[in-house]
Design a protein. Structure first.
Length: 238
């Protein structure tokens, strides 16, 4: 795991965007898996701004949404689909049919998950991830199997509580659909993003603790091309 520690949040965002622009330059048809949550929002805003100015393009790329919460209405702003659209997709030149996502309303969720795996096909070129306070990646909670694929999962209590930040009501989701550790760990390149003091402890455990699926983010230390981007606060215990 390559650790990139930035003094400030603004330079942390700049660092992510600089790397991202470089990857797009080298491979305009980048196949990406992208998260929602609060962590990537500033980088998304900056990428959207660069795209509007013609400094980069998503026109040949494809984007797969990392996960989705179940039990929320389709228009709920807390749905991952709505968050990513609002933060990134609506502002870039990605062709409509190149944005892929999981439908939690599907009548047969098993088939929905299998179909998503098929749509993903081979390895991702690039996976961006935030980290949960319990070390989860996407909705791969502690204890998830390393070989787990796209599937329905029950949210851990701390992940349910974290969702509150995205919602305007208090009906917290109990389950979701997620891309599995198998697809995440098979990616050609993975970036783990963390900012703010609340993430300092889990980042320290991710980097220094035991490598175990009890802390899914620690598994990235075995990945051949993983970058951890931390700002000064999230990296303060490293
Ligand atoms: P956050 O969520 O980016 O809103 O902190 C990260 C996560 O729980 O995976």
């Amino acid at each position: 795991m390559n650790i990139l520690k930035f003094d400030q949040e603004s330079t942390w965002v700049e660092g992510i965007v600089t790397f991202w622009r470089d990857r797009l330059l080298h491979n305009p048809a980048l196949k990406m898996c992208l998260p929602t949550g609060l962590t990537p929002n500033q980088a998304y805003a900056e990428m959207a701004r660069c795209c509007k100015k013609g400094q980069l393009s998503f026109s040949k790329t494809s984007i797969y949404l990392l996960d989705e919460y179940g039990g929320l209405s389709a228009t709920d702003p807390g749905k991952s689909f709505n968050m990513l659209k609002e933060r990134l997709i609506n502002h870039i030149d990605l062709p409509k049919d190149k944005f892929h996502f999981l439908n939690t309303e599907a009548t047969k969720l098993d088939e929905e998950c299998k179909g998503y795996e098929t749509a993903i096909g081979g390895r991702f070129d690039l996976v961006l991830l935030g980290i949960g306070l319990n070390g989860h990646l996407g909705l791969n909670e502690p204890g998830s199997e390393i070989e787990s694929g796209v599937r329905k999962v029950r949210l851990a209590p701390s992940s349910r509580e974290s969702c509150q930040r995205y919602l305007k009501h208090n009906q917290l989701p109990e389950w979701g659909l997620t891309i599995g550790l198998k697809q995440l760990l098979a990616a050609k390149e993975v970036w783990l993003l963390a900012n703010g003091g609340k993430k300092a402890e889990i980042i320290e455990r991710t980097v220094r603790g035991e490598i175990s699926n009890q802390l899914p983010a620690s598994l990235l230390r075995n990945h051949p091309k993983c970058f951890l981007f931390v700002d000064g606060e999230a990296g303060s215990r490293l």
